[in-house]
Structures are given as structure tokens and as C-alpha cells.
Design a protein around this ligand. Structure first.
Ligand code: ATP
Length: 749
């Protein structure tokens, strides 16, 4: 027995925990109307994952929970558990990854609970699972979701009422093809995922392609740059080593030349300096001569003054002597002075004082003072009153004055002479010295010329030194620049061995070559080559990975398509074969029921309805596409009752409909027997003779599938091995008891 037992608790009218054991191939549930028999059938639907609450006569999940009665309080949840025998390990389940879940149980227990908030909970052998898992598990034992194996009350003719497409589904289900349909659905989902993945991967590849190309070009450049660097290092080594040797040598040459010339220049300079000292002496003598000449001039001015004064004194003496000779009395002391004379006096005095103030030499100042005295002497005696000017001194006084003047004249004339002599002596000395100087001059000129030469030689050396300093700087710059491209390797030039001397032009050529390579390297702009290489490898590997992934995805798309095609072919084949087998059985059951006639199923193609947005309804798998119109396969039932012309299904009587349905249902169950069949008052419309035929068929069927029949029919009850009576207890809840046939017939009334 596949179905072992069923447990209900809080489900609909079953308030308390109630258990049904299915030890017989036919178990019958009997009881009065409204006792809860159909609730037992619905409990089976419920626990197998039924999603239509309506098919369990409820509006929401809460309606499935015991609502309470006079004596019993309402339940907080409805719970149903079903037990299957699995000693042959027929139940299978796969996880998301397509791997088999370990179901090493001899009994498979499926539980479903619904809570007052409408929440459902499914368990498999005590472990909470998803509805999906329950459905997959049941599919593995041909208990499909179409529920064709559970015929509820009033649904005896369900398969007749169903449309072609629903019928096809029921038949697919009965034939155990649903499992393939699930696989196709799964493959479609995988295909969609894979196609999306492929799009993503292709997008990623497209995204990285320009970067990869860029990096590839850079790396190629890098390779080329590596060769160029090797060439550059070779050139640099020789160039720098030759340059360094050249610089060293030139520095030494210039330094010794400079030392030599500097020394010579020093000698010449000291000789030229000696000559310059003589010149200074001559200059100071000339200055002395000019001083003497200035003094002589001053003396001569004083001398002129003295001689004018002497003239005046002699004139006065002469005049006095004449007056004396004429016998004239001397006049009073008072003398008259003209305004003009007074003016002249003031002016002369002023001039003398200014002159004295400007002198430093006491001798010259004395001369000025002398003059002042003369001017004053000349002026005072005549300044007595406003009377006309006339001599006031005696001739003796005048003579005395005259002598004094003469004495002064003689005195300054002595001075004059002495100055003239001194000046002349100096001139002579200068004359003699200049004779000797001319010789020296010649020598000095030669020295100056020589010095000029040495100086220009030194200038030349300075220029060469400057050039060399520039060469040194560019040598250092070159090392610095080279190190940017070659790093510390640049310094390896120090170990380079020079092979023979060569011209500077060769170095220049070498430098130009270096420059050209540097420009190329700079143009390539490949700083951080190692990182670039690493990045290139990473991006290249990523691209290779993505390419492989594309191939893998393409392969899996191909294999998914192939699988789907194979599955469709398989379904198609098995479906057609199944329908053929069902038809054979159907015909047999039908003629058994009606005592003749014919009944068969035919596969028809129907135009498929369109979904919103023009998308096709791809529910059907055996679809045919023709000129944009999609067709789907359905199942049509054709019947022909014996002795009657009626062929239309809807024209059959209730009993005829039931019988036809049962015949078909039984035919389906014969071809691919489900583990159990639940029939809720399917026999309600049968008369006595048909009830017997029905009972015979039940027995035939029970060889392959367990049967649970809810019935009021005595005939049907008589075929059952186990009978359960359902009654409403005094507490208001449904009660279940195992009964004997006679009791059952009694209870059922
Ligand atoms: P019949 O022979 O007339 O078909 P039945 O034995 O099949 O009757 P059911 O239809 O199984 O009877 O039971 C219906 C009974 O279950 C009704 O009396 C109904 O009140 C009761 N019932 C349904 N849902 C609940 C619920 N949630 N709580 C309590 N009782 C419920």
C-alpha cells in the first residue's frame, strides 16, 4: 500500500486530532450528510498542496481552520499530515542545482499547516520545505497538480466539463508527462537565465574590448621600448664614459694652462707697478712747481702794490719838498676824502679780507696783511676833516715810510727769487727723470702688450672653462635624463672600456642618436611598464575567461535547446502513445458501462489565445506555429451511445455523464496507475445495475491503485476492505470510527 494514513487536526469540522489508516486497497468513508466526509477528501487535497481554496469550499485559508462549536473552542491552525510508504524508495526530489536530495526514508511524511493569518507551512519528514519541493516530490510518483486522481463531490463529470486544453493537461498528468513538462519549464528558465548571462558576458566583453586593445598596443610599444632601451643603454655607456674621460682631461689641461699664465701675468703686473710708482713721483713734483708758481704770482701782486705805494710816497715827498721850497705852511691835520676814494678803500679792504680768508699758507696770508696795512696807511692820514686832501706827515716820516716799503719790496723779492729757484730746480729734476723714463716707457709698453696677450689668453681659458662647465652640466643632465629611462643601470657606463681615441664629432653623432631614441621612448610614454604588463595580463585573462564563458554558455544553450527538443519529442511521442492506450481502455470501460457504443479521445489543434502585449501564451508545449498563428494541442472526447444517435457530450444525462467520466478516468488510471484515487460520491447518480458495474470497475482498478471512496452507495461500500464512519459528535466536531459493513450501511443512512 502506497498511502498509509492521514491525520487531521483542526481541519474544517475535524476539531480534534483524527487519524485514518488505509490498510486496504479500497477504503470507504461513509456517514450522514454534513458529517464531514468531503472534508476528509479536501484534507487530502490540502496536504498535497492544493492552491485553490475555492476547490476546498473556502474563501481564504482561515475557512479551513475549525471555527469552533458549542462545546469546542476554535482552533488556531489547521494541520493535515499524510504518510506514504517509501520502502521501495520511489520518491525522488532534486534541489535547485539538479542534485538528488537524500530521501532515505521508508515512510514519507508530508505535512501542511495553515494559520489564522493565512500563512501556510509545509514539511517533509519534519523538515520545513517549500510548496515547490512538495509538488516536485509528488510528481515523482505521478501525483500531478491537475488533481485528476481526486474527484470531489459533484465533480464526477469534471473531465467532461473541462475544456480541450485542461483535458490535455489531465491526460499528461495521468500519463506521468508532467515531470517532462516541469523539466521543459525548468530548461526554459535556465535558457532565459543563460541567454541573459550571455548578454551580460557579451556586454562585459564589449566593455573591456577597447581597454584591452589599448593595453595590447601599449604592451607592444613596451616590447619595442625594451629593445630601444637596450640600444639606448649601449649608446649611453660609451657616450658617458668617453664624455667623462674627456671632461677630466680637459679640466687638467685648462687648469695647468691657467696656472702658468697667471704666474707670468703676476710677474708682468709687478714690473708694470714699479714703473707706475715713478710716474706718481713726477706728478707730485709738477704739483709742487704749480704751488711755487702760485706763490710767485702772489708775491708779484704784492710787489706791484708796494711799487704803486712807493710811487705815491715818492710823489708826496716830492710835493712836500716843492711846497717847502716855496715856503708854504703845512696845513692842519684835517683832510678831505672823496666819496669815490672811500668807496675804493672799502672795496679793496673787502677784497683783501676775502683773499686772506681763502688762504691756508701763513706766508700768503702775511702778504695780504701787508697789503692791507699799505692800503690803510695810504688812507688814514688824509681822513681828518672835510677839507681838501693833503700830506699830513713830515718829509722825514715819508722818507721813513718809503724806506720801509723798499725794505718790504726787497724782502719779498728775496722770497720770489727763492721760489723761482726752487721751481726751476724741480723742473730740471723732472727733465732729467723724463729722459730716464722714456727708456722705461718702452720697456713698460712691451710689458703692457705682453700683459694684454696673457689677459686675452686667460680670457680664452675662461671661455674654454665655461664651455667645459657647460659640457659638464649637460653630462650630468644626460645622466639624470638617462636614469629616467634606464634607472640605476645608467651608472654602468663607469665600467665601460673605451677602445681607442676618437673625434668629438663621433660623440656628437652618438648624442644625436641617444636623443632620437629618447624622443621615441618619451613619445611612447610608458611609465610604470610592470604595472601596465600586469594590467594587460589581467584584462587579457579576464577576456579569455569571458570568451570561454561565452563558449560554455553557448554550449549550454545548445544543450538546453536540444534537451527541450528531446523532451518535447518525448512528450509528443509518449502523449500520442498514451492517448492510444487510453483510447483502448476507454473503449473497453465505456462499452462495459453502456453495454456497447464507442468512445475515444482525439488530439486536436486549436488556435491559441494571445496574451497582452502580443506575447504568446506558451503554456502548451506541443504548439505548432503557422504563418504567425500559434496552435495548441487539446483533447476532444467523442462518444456514441449504443442504440442512441446522441453524440454531443452536453446532451448526455447526468448518469451517462458520470459513467462516461468514470470510464475515462478509469481508463487513464489503467494506463498509468496513480498510487491512489479518491472518489467523492462519484457513484451518486448511478442506478443499481450501474452501481454494480461501477463496483466491478473499482475492484479492477484497485489492483493497481489504492482507492478511497466516499459513498452513500451500499454496493460501493460492499467492495471496501476498510470502512470508516464519520459522525458529528456531541461536542459538534466530526468523529471518525472504524465500522463493519453492516454498521456502515446503517451509518450511511
Ligand atoms: P454530504 O454527505 O452531504 O456530502 P459530508 O459528510 O460530505 O456531507 P462535509 O461537506 O464534509 O459533509 O462537511 C460539511 C460540514 O463541515 C458542514 O456541517 C460545515 O459546517 C462543516 N465545516 C466546514 N468548514 C468548517 C470549519 N472551518 N469549522 C467547523 N466546521 C466546518
Amino acid at each position: 500500500m502506497r498511502l498509509k494514513s492521514l491525520e487531521l487536526s483542526g481541519f474544517k469540522s475535524f476539531a480534534k486530532k483524527t487519524s485514518l489508516e488505509f490498510q486496504s486497497s479500497i477504503t470507504s468513508v461513509v456517514g450522514p450528510n454534513g458529517s464531514g466526509k468531503s472534508n476528509v477528501v479536501e484534507a487530502i487535497r490540502f496536504v498535497l498542496g492544493e492552491q485553490s481554496i475555492k476547490s476546498m469550499r473556502g474563501k481564504s485559508g482561515v475557512d479551513l481552520i475549525f471555527k469552533g462549536s458549542k462545546n469546542l473552542s476554535k482552533a488556531s491552525r489547521a494541520s493535515v499530515t499524510i504518510y506514504f510508504d517509501n520502502s521501495d524508495h520511489i520518491f525522488h526530489l532534486e534541489n535547485e542545482g539538479g542534485e538528488k536530495v537524500n530521501l532515505n526514508y521508508d515512510t514519507i511524511t508530508i505535512s501542511r499547516e495553515v494559520f489564522t493569518d493565512g500563512l501556510n507551512k509545509y514539511s517533509l519528514n519534519g523538515t520545513e520545505v517549500r510548496l515547490k519541493d512538495i509538488q516536485a516530490l509528488l510528481t515523482s510518483v505521478h501525483i500531478g497538480s491537475s488533481g485528476h486522481h481526486i474527484i470531489s463531490q459533484g465533480e464526477a463529470d469534471r473531465i467532461l466539463n473541462a475544456n480541450n486544453r485542461e483535458r490535455r493537461e489531465m491526460i499528461e498528468d495521468a500519463l506521468g508527462l508532467k515531470i517532462y513538462q516541469y523539466k521543459i519549464k525548468e530548461s526554459e528558465r535556465k535558457l532565459e537565465r543563460t541567454t541573459n548571462n550571455m548578454k551580460d558576458v557579451s556586454l562585459l566583453r564589449k566593455e573591456i574590448a577597447p581597454h584591452l586593445n589599448f593595453l595590447r598596443k601599449q604592451v607592444e610599444k613596451l616590447e619595442k621600448a625594451k629593445e630601444q632601451k637596450i640600444e639606448l643603454l649601449g649608446l649611453y655607456k660609451e657616450y658617458l664614459q668617453r664624455e667623462s674621460v674627456y671632461l677630466e682631461k680637459e679640466k687638467n689641461v685648462l687648469s695647468s694652462e691657467r696656472n702658468k699664465i697667471s704666474k707670468e701675468l703676476e710677474d708682468i703686473s709687478s714690473k708694470i707697478n714699479d714703473g707706475a710708482q715713478n710716474e706718481t713721483k713726477e706728478n707730485s713734483k709738477n704739483e709742487d712747481i704749480r704751488n711755487f708758481e702760485r706763490k710767485i704770482n702772489d708775491i708779484r701782486r704784492v710787489k706791484d702794490e708796494l711799487s704803486r705805494k712807493l710811487g705815491r710816497v715818492e710823489g708826496i715827498i716830492e710835493m712836500e719838498e716843492e711846497r717847502k721850497n716855496k715856503g708854504d705852511e703845512p696845513t692842519s691835520d684835517a683832510v678831505f676824502i672823496s666819496a669815490e676814494k672811500a668807496q675804493t678803500f672799502i672795496h679793496e679792504m673787502d677784497e683783501c679780507v676775502s683773499s686772506a680768508l681763502s688762504k691756508n699758507d701763513i706766508l700768503e696770508i702775511r702778504l695780504v696783511l701787508e697789503r692791507i696795512r699799505l692800503i690803510v696807511q695810504d688812507f688814514i692820514p688824509k681822513n681828518k676833516n672835510t677839507q681838501p686832501e693833503r700830506p699830513i706827515n713830515s718829509i722825514e716820516d715819508l722818507e721813513k715810510t718809503k724806506d720801509e716799503i723798499l725794505e718790504q719790496v726787497h724782502k719779498i723779492e728775496d722770497e720770489e727769487r727763492s721760489f723761482i729757484n726752487e721751481a726751476n730746480n724741480l723742473r730740471r729734476e723732472i727733465e732729467q727723470e723724463s729722459l730716464a723714463g722714456r727708456e722705461q716707457e718702452k720697456e713698460k709698453f712691451a710689458l703692457v702688450v705682453k700683459r694684454q696677450e696673457f689677459n686675452s689668453d686667460l680670457n680664452m681659458i675662461s671661455l674654454r672653462e665655461e664651455n667645459l662647465a657647460r659640457t659638464q652640466t649637460s653630462f650630468e643632465d644626460e645622466i639624470r635624463e638617462g636614469s629616467i629611462f634606464l634607472g640605476a643601470d645608467i651608472l654602468s657606463y663607469k665600467n665601460f672600456e673605451i677602445n681607442g681615441e676618437e673625434s668629438r664629432e663621433n660623440q656628437e653623432e652618438r648624442r644625436k642618436k641617444i636623443e632620437r631614441i629618447k624622443i621615441k621612448l618619451e613619445d611612447a610614454g610608458l611609465g610604470g611598464g610592470a604595472e601596465l604588463q600586469k594590467e594587460f595580463e589581467e584584462v587579457r585573462d579576464r577576456d579569455a575567461f569571458l570568451t570561454k564563458e561565452m563558449i560554455d554558455l553557448e554550449t549550454s544553450i545548445q544543450s538546453l535547446r536540444k534537451l527541450m527538443l528531446d523532451l518535447k519529442e518525448k512528450i509528443d511521442l509518449e502523449f500520442k502513445e498514451g492517448v492510444r492506450k487510453i483510447n483502448k481502455e476507454f473503449q473497453e470501460f465505456f462499452s462495459l458501462m453502456f453495454g456497447g457504443g464507442s468512445a475515444f479521445l482525439s488530439v486536436v489543434a486549436e488556435q491559441k489565445r494571445k496574451r497582452k502585449g502580443g506575447e504568446e501564451d506558451l503554456e502548451g508545449e506541443d504548439d505548432i506555429e503557422e504563418d504567425g498563428i500559434v496552435f495548441e494541442h487539446g483533447i476532444e472526447i467523442s462518444v456514441s451511445l449504443p442504440h442512441k444517435k446522441v453524440k454531443e457530450l452536453h446532451a448526455l444525462s447526468g448518469g451517462e455523464r458520470s459513467l462516461t467520466s468514470i470510464a475515462l478516468l478509469f481508463a487513464m488510471s489503467q494506463v498509468n496507475p496513480p498510487p491512489f484515487l479518491v472518489l467523492d460520491e462519484t457513484d451518486a447518480a448511478l442506478d443499481e445495475s450501474n452501481s454494480r458495474k461501477y463496483g466491478d470497475m473499482l475492484e479492477k482498478l484497485s489492483h493497481h491503485s489504492q482507492l478511497i471512496v466516499v459513498t452513500h452507495n451500499r454496493e460501493t461500500m460492499s467492495r471496501a476492505g476498510v470502512l470508516y464512519g464519520v459522525t458529528v459528535g456531541s461536542d459538534g466536531g466530526s468523529k471518525l470510527l472504524s465500522v463493519k459493513f453492516e454498521e456502515a450501511a446503517q451509518i450511511a443512512k
